[in-house]
Design a protein around this ligand. Structure first.
Ligand code: 5GP
Length: 346
């Protein structure tokens, strides 16, 4: 048995210290960044925010709404291959990851898309990125897709980040148990505070010319600034994007003035009973659900939410004096706090 006595931090444990700045206004803060990658020779330019490949979030409708912002969507893996191929064909710059797991049916689906069109960005997604089987799958995906931008995860420690980068990942997804509808920590006792996971994994990845995506745990726009501050190159969101018109969740209506208006929307984890019933014919005997199902208020179109996120980020950059995203970690000093904010009117 071993106890790591170094403090490990979550977004809620810190604030970002303001710094003297030459930026005159938040409009000077540039949230578009150009990336080169460790394995892929492609360049990618845009706002490195990714809608999660949860089936309620990573939809084609979300991709259409994100495109004007230059942001990305990891499409969920349940789309029909022909539909995906048609979508990729219809956009010069689709800004979407296609998602696979490690199962044969996912790889067959990818092969069916690839027969029709080049797939530039791939996301290989498992709940536990620590198995040898997963590392082998990442190597195989790289072998079969030498020039794709490949994102792989999830992990929360440096040594596994290095293993995935070496195996073929351009971007390592970081986060276990931090998600809004995740119950892994309750059920298993396994996890890692998200900010520390990002800081440690980013350091490991960057040393190998790899990148990281902070996945899970952002609850307010300020958390996204903190994730970039900790060294995240990309930030993935699930819960903060839930409840919008572009989402795949079931809508619940109420009657107002004789009309049915949307009131709330169902949102659930990809390992929840809801998801397992939908896609796997129930929860397998040997495992328990590691996700929950919630109902979130209906919030209309996602555009306003993305604008708020982008606005918050630009403002954070103005406070810390960062002109562009790459400068954020260099300008970030985290301070440990006991409270995030004034709660008197909560
Ligand atoms: P959020 O932004 O909602 O805090 O986190 C989103 C992330 O939670 C997803 O991208 C995914 O990595 C993770 N996640 C989604 N569904 C589940 C689930 O059912 N169980 C677990 N453990 N994690 C999940």
């Amino acid at each position: 048995m071993h106890i790591d006595l170094n403090p490990k931090l979550d977004f809620r444990d810190v604030l970002i210290r303001p710094k003297r700045s030459v930026l005159a206004s938040r409009f000077e803060a540039n949230i578009s960044r150009t990336f080169g990658f460790r394995h892929s020779s492609q360049e990618w330019t845009g706002f490195p925010l990714i809608a999660s490949n949860m089936d309620t979030i990573g939809t084609l409708e979300m991709a259409d709404a994100f495109r004007p912002f230059g942001a990305l969507v990891a499409l969920h893996k349940f789309y029909d291959p022909d539909r995906l191929a048609k979508y990729l064909d219809g956009h010069a710059n689709p800004n979407v990851f296609l998602t696979v797991g490690t199962g044969a049916s996912d790889w067959d689906r990818l092969a069916a898309v690839k027969k029709q069109i080049k797939v530039p960005m791939l996301n290989i997604d498992v709940a536990n990125g620590y198995t040898e089987n997963f590392v082998r799958a990442v190597s195989k995906l790289r072998e079969e897709n030498p020039d794709a931008i490949i994102m792989a995860g999830t992990v929360v420690t440096a040594e596994m980040t290095e293993a995935l980068v070496i195996a073929g990942a351009d971007i390592v997804r970081v986060g276990i148990g931090s998600g809004s509808v995740c119950t892994t920590r309750d059920l298993t006792g396994v996890g890692y505070p998200q900010l520390s996971a990002v800081i440690e994994c980013a350091d490991a990845a960057h040393g190998l010319k790899g990148h990281v995506c902070s996945d899970g745990g952002c609850t307010v726009p300020g958390d996204i600034a903190k994730a970039y501050g900790g060294g995240a190159d990309f930030v993935m969101l699930g819960g903060m994007l839930a409840g919008h018109a572009e989402c795949g969740g079931e809508l619940r209506y109420v009657e107002e003035g004789g009309k049915q208006v949307p009131k709330s929307m169902v949102f659930y984890g990809m390992s929840s009973e809801t998801a397992m019933n939908k896609y796997h014919g129930g929860v397998a005997d040997y495992r328990a659900a590691e996700g929950k199902t919630v109902e979130v208020p209906y919030r209309g179109e996602v555009r306003a939410t993305v604008e708020t996120i982008a606005g918050g980020l630009r403002s954070a950059m103005t406070y810390m004096g960062a002109e562009n995203l790459k400068e954020i970690p260099k300008r970030t000093t985290f301070i440990l706090v006991n409270a995030q904010r004034n709660t008197v009117f909560d």
